[in-house]
Design a protein around this ligand. Sequence first.
Ligand code: HEM
Length: 399
Amino acid sequence: MTVVRSSEVAFDVRDPALVDDPFPTYAAMREAGPILRGGPGQWIVPRYQEVSALLKDQRLTKTLPEAYYRYTVGNEELSAFLSGQNLGQRNRLASKVLVGSFSPGLVKRLGSHMTSLVDDLLDAPLAKGEMDIVTDLALPFPLMVICELLGVPAQEREVLWPHAATLVRAFSDVAFLSDKDVDDAAAALRWLREYLTDLLKRGPEPDSLLSRMATTEADGEKLTPPEIVDNAITVFYAGFETSMGMVSNGIVQLMSEPAQLARLRADRTLIASTVEEMLRFEAPIQVTMRSPLESIDVAGQTVRPGRVLFLLVGSANRDSERFADPDHFDIGRDPNPHLSFGAGSYKCVGAALARAEGAAVLDRLLARVADFEPAAAPQRRPRFNFRTYERVPVRLTPA
Ligand code: HEM
């Protein structure tokens, strides 16, 4: 995302203090009003009521003007990919095919396999008595899940991972990209396109997302191979750093709240609501952008087409008008209508999978680790959006 500054409240996504702890600033923004001016052509929406309504509003599109990306990314190949320009009018079709290909059976089969994926990742750290939650678990686990989901053969996954990671890192916050990041990301995009095109020709594993996307129809139409490939790459950038954020933010939070961790240990039926609270408390996607297709009214303010609205999901999740005691991390919170997966027609297609990932991680950690505590201060990734950690060193005592 680009630099956003509000004239009413000091808010700059490149400010390290904001990245470290955005929540006091969000509170000031919610206090300042339902819609605040950002930079030229930008509006910021901090409260739950409007964020929730706008996420569901059919008069808004997620496809931002390509000029917006060209301005912020500065690389034609990447900005064309990000703005969905290659798909043009077929963007909706691509998204319908993706949703149709995400069969509940596929998610269920993967879900049952997650336990062993997490167990494999925990073996070596438990033997050593220490681990970095990010590099040993939160990063490789979602990558493994997405590779299985797509049908990437096991022996080819390690070659693919660095390219996927490079591309995803570049997408997660374009305001911070150096020229080298942009070049690396463009090269990674080319590599992934070539690899996935080849895999599609070779025939991916049956009943994988990739093979299902090749046969699934929406509105009587199928996707072409380049469209299937770009859709698959979308799954990488949508489902990797987000899950990594959920796991690393959640574990750091649990370690800092021993009473909540003890409560969870005593009652494992709280795993599902703990995952929801991890998602609410530190939304991996803090902000999502929309552009109106026609002039719309937001709390009395007219927003014209071509303008960009920054919907502050991370702030909406802490709105006291919607959540009692919103800055309290409560693993039993019920109801918990957080907006961390979005809402409406763009709602996350991977939500069930992500929830299963969160539950598998907690289930295996509780079963196999008697105690875990920080070995050093966790290091946050210095990025505003795709909120996550870079390193979370912990000491472990096996169960
Ligand atoms: C904790 C983990 C996750 C979170 C917090 C998350 C959050 C989100 C959100 C907020 C959106 C909608 C963005 C918007 O409205 O602008 C979204 C879209 C999406 N998500 Fe997730 N997601 C997660 C995991 C996953 C996983 C595991 C997958 C797939 C394997 C996935 C696939 C997608 C896809 C394909 C989209 C549509 C992307 C697009 O159209 O650009 N997500 N996700």
